[in-house]
Design a binder for this molecule. Structure first.
Ligand code: DX5
Ligand code: ZN
Length: 218
């Protein structure tokens, strides 16, 4: 199975956002990964609705929106209206995760849950059947360009076991420090979606770099 490749727009040149999005349109990228940071859930601020809408105006591929914000339930409908196809909220940011997942689904978007590196996949036991995507953070969220955390491999295995045990159809997405070197083992362990930010956008040839990630198989 070929992976779903979701380049993270966070690492793109914001002063040339239209051409960056067009580059992704012309590449083998499957989704565009959009990182929303509020300066509270994570110690960084990225961008909000106007920028997401601007991306949507040019993007020809689904927008995979990763909310690194507190109280995400306050903004679900607005993110959907701004163009989100998948909305992922953090487990650590939701007091009522089941309700928030249903809220996302009610908008027609696909619902995802993201886990920080320290958060056990077992905590999803009672919600995994309801979610479309699990985003396993392989760095501490907040910044692009960080080093991949090796413990992610065993989290993927445990996540896969849980998905099968609960008869869930959730995809496993890996976010942070993904590159051509770790991609094969990530897929081997059971990853379905690879997010890649700096690896794609600092490359001399981003289109070829995306194509190379796409050809990784298990
Ligand atoms: C980190 C973000 C990631 C980030 C990935 O908080 O959620 O999506 O953009 O960037 P790289 O691939 O550079 O680690
Ligand atoms: Zn992300």
């Amino acid at each position: 199975m070929k992976p779903i490749i979701a380049p993270s727009v966070l690492a793109s040149d914001f002063a040339n956002l239209q051409s960056e999005v067009e580059m992704l349109n012309n590449s083998q990228a499957d989704w565009l990964h959009i990182d929303i940071m509020d300066g509270r859930f994570v110690p960084n601020i990225s961008f909000g609705f106007p920028v997401l809408q601007a991306i949507q105006r040019h993007a020809k591929k689904p927008l995979d929106v990763h909310l690194m914000i507190v109280e995400p339930e306050l903004y679900i409908e607005q993110f959907r209206s701004a163009g989100a196809d998948t909305i992922s909220v953090h487990y650590e940011a939701c007091n009522h995760l089941h309700r928030t997942i249903q809220q996302i689904k009610a908008t027609g978007a696909k619902a995802g849950v993201a886990l920080n590196p320290h958060t056990s996949v077992q905590l999803l036991d009672d919600i995994i059947a309801d979610v479309d995507l699990v985003c396993l953070m392989s760095v501490n969220p907040g910044f692009g360009g960080q080093k991949f955390i090796e413990n992610t491999y065993r989290k993927i295995e445990a996540m896969k076991d849980l998905i099968i045990a609960r008869n869930s159809s959730a995809l496993i997405e890996i976010d942070g420090g993904v590159n051509q070197q770790n991609a094969p083992l990530l897929l081997d362990k059971g990853a379905d979606v690879l997010v890649a930010g700096s690896f794609v956008f600092t490359a001399d040839d981003p289109i070829q770099t995306i194509a190379n990630l796409k050809t990784v198989s298990v």
